[in-house]
Ligand binder design. Structure first.
Ligand code: SF4
Length: 216
């Protein structure tokens, strides 16, 4: 596992260096940027795929299906593809933006490759590890060691148990979990909570207000 973590971090160093290079000087043409970035991201996917192959030790030579690699690369996020974002930043001369795209996409592509390989190897679950980097992982610490299914339905259509740790539990916007749960029960019962301008429903958001107050 340590070897895989080292390879993973080394790949990120490579992509960091590429991003830092763009901050010093952007490529002469957008096409040049696109070709280089595409090659790095495909490499990240293959690295994720191979790493899980080593963990499973079933068939380390196995290669992914090209269509899956390309569909991971072409994924549309918030109405934009990787290429839309890259071109947008390139045309604005925004090297920091390009570097951010590289960082986030590299991580995503590694994970896509890793999950695809796990599915190909018959694995039904994955376990979160924070690769020991606690400096940047404060918000992720609660996930350490947690095992979850690798299954799109798990994230989309299955619903959530009431006692589950939820992805947004680490974010504090004042609105408490008890209130959200109460709202869930009311929603299932078809009961609408009145607009809080006609009476506070006790969501908790007012705890964060210092010099202003809610509309109620
Ligand atoms: S009045 Fe403020 S605290 Fe009360 S329900 Fe509305 S937003 Fe939440």
């Amino acid at each position: 596992m340590q070897k895989i973590i080292k390879r993973y971090l080394a790949k990120f160093d490579e992509i960091e260096r590429l991003g830092d290079g763009y901050i010093k000087s952007l490529p002469n043409s957008y096409n040049e940027l696109e070709i280089t970035v595409e090659a790095y991201l495909i490499d990240m996917y293959l690295e994720g795929y191979a790493s899980v192959g080593y963990m499973l030790s079933d068939d380390v030579e196995r290669q992914p299906d090209t269509d899956r690699v390309m569909s991971a690369l072409m994924l549309i996020i918030a109405g934009e593809s990787l290429y839309d974002r890259l071109r947008g930043y390139y045309e604005k001369g925004d090297a920091e933006g390009i570097k951010t795209v590289l960082d986030t996409e590299a991580h995503r592509m590694w994970m896509e490759g890793a999950e695809d390989r796990a599915i190909d190897g018959g694995a039904g679950t994955k376990q979160w590890i924070t690769v020991g980097d606690m400096r940047v992982r404060d918000n992720h610490r609660y996930l350490e060691g947690v095992t979850i299914p690798i299954d799109a339905d798990f994230y989309t259509t299955r619903g959530y148990e009431e006692d589950e740790i939820l992805p947004w539990d680490t974010i504090d916007v004042g609105v408490g979990k008890k209130f959200l749960l109460r709202e869930r029960h009311r929603a299932y019962a078809g009961t609408v909570t009145p607009d809080c301008r006609h009476g506070c429903a006790g969501c908790g958001a007012n705890c964060l207000l210092k010099e202003v107050s809610c509309d109620a």
